[in-house]
Design a binder for this molecule. Structure first.
Ligand code: NAD
Length: 311
């Protein structure tokens, strides 16, 4: 087949090799530029019919306007917050993503962060390597109350695992789901969740312009000095108010996989990172071999299903 006539796809972030293999098997022309700069991408996007991104590449109005031949934008992952959905809709460009593929990996990381904070693992393990064999007292999660803000795919998976630790589940969400009964949980108002939880997990989706869900007022309500775990989006929390809550002790720890700026830019983000009761990982929720393979398979399958017969 003449290469010029092929349906051309550009992949602009690192993805599992399966994605490239599956698309090339179906005769798509695929260019893999996982480190391409924003400027270079803007200059060549008009040559492509589809683009596959992860969180590094922002799909802006400018990029979409210049992508005159674009038929789809695929996010090899879950969050669509880096994509200008209104511009896609205006141009009737399809959006593809793989929302379920990383759920277990993110839920597992949630417990790694939570247990790591409760037993101060990063700090004590680093000290042990330096020859300081100091035994510190931590806390258990078993039997405690876990308040989940956002009870979607990840929130539910986290609740299932939490039940194995004999935790009680409270959930706050803008929509309700019968699955709450499967984990013997209870929907409550946000204020009740904040007041009654030993641990608060944040598992919400965030759209551009959304206000933080946890801010100064909510932190001031907490009675149990909860530890907060956030593997969703940092914007769900007001950062400076969180910093204050950690410094005054109304919140006992913050363990997160996400930052307001990735990598962090502001002074208060750096101050937050420097606190001993804060653990932040570099957005690795979906960074397991299994999740990456599932994401690649699911993304390729959807592209092939929608555009495999177009050429
Ligand atoms: P989901 O859509 O299944 O669940 C999100 C839930 O949040 C929904 O039930 C929704 O009703 C609820 N929600 C939205 N806004 C809310 C609000 N203002 N107040 C209360 N509830 C609200 O999504 P998911 O697959 O469970 O993913 C959850 C989050 O995790 C997303 O933000 C996603 O981008 C993020 N995520 C992070 C990683 C990572 O690498 N750390 C990987 C995958 C997903």
């Amino acid at each position: 087949m003449n290469n010029e006539k092929k349906f051309k796809i550009i992949i602009t972030d690192p993805v599992d090799a399966i994605l490239l293999e599956k698309l090339r098997e179906k005769d798509f022309s695929v260019d893999y530029y996982p480190k391409i700069s924003e400027e270079d991408l803007l200059n060549i996007i008009n040559q492509y019919n589809g683009i596959v991104v992860r969180s590094r590449t922002k799909v802006t109005k400018d990029l979409i306007d210049r992508g005159k031949e674009l038929k789809f934008v695929a996010r090899a992952g879950v969050g669509l917050d880096g994509i200008d959905l209104n511009s896609l809709q205006d141009r009737k460009i399809s959006i593809i993503h793989a929302p379920e593929a990383s759920t277990s990996s993110v839920a597992e990381l949630t417990f790694a962060l939570m247990l790591g904070s409760c037993r101060r693992l990063p700090e004590l393990a680093a000290a042990t390597k330096l020859g300081n064999f100091s035994k510190e007292v931590g806390t258990e999660i078993s039997g405690k109350t876990f308040g989940l803000i956002g009870f979607g795919r990840i929130g539910y998976k986290v609740a299932e695992i939490a039940r194995a630790f004999d935790m009680s589940i409270l959930a706050y969400d803008v929509i309700t789901n019968d699955r709450i009964n499967k984990v013997s949980g209870q929907y409550v108002a946000l204020d009740d969740l904040v007041q009654n939880s030993d641990f608060i997990g944040v598992f919400v989706t965030i759209k551009p312009g959304d206000k933080p869900i946890l801010g100064k007022r909510e932190f001031s309500l907490s009675r149990k000095k909860p530890g907060i775990i956030n593997t969703s989006r940092a914007a769900a929390i007001d950062g400076p108010s969180l910093l204050e809550a950690l410094k005054t002790g109304t919140t006992s720890f913050y363990a997160s996989d996400v930052m307001w700026n990735e990598p962090p830019k502001t002074e208060w983000e750096h101050e937050l990172l420097s606190l001993p009761q804060v653990i932040i990982t570099p957005h690795i929720g979906a960074q397991t071999r299994e999740a990456q393979a599932r994401i690649a398979e699911a993304t390729a399958a959807r592209i092939i299903e929608m555009f495999g017969g177009v050429r």
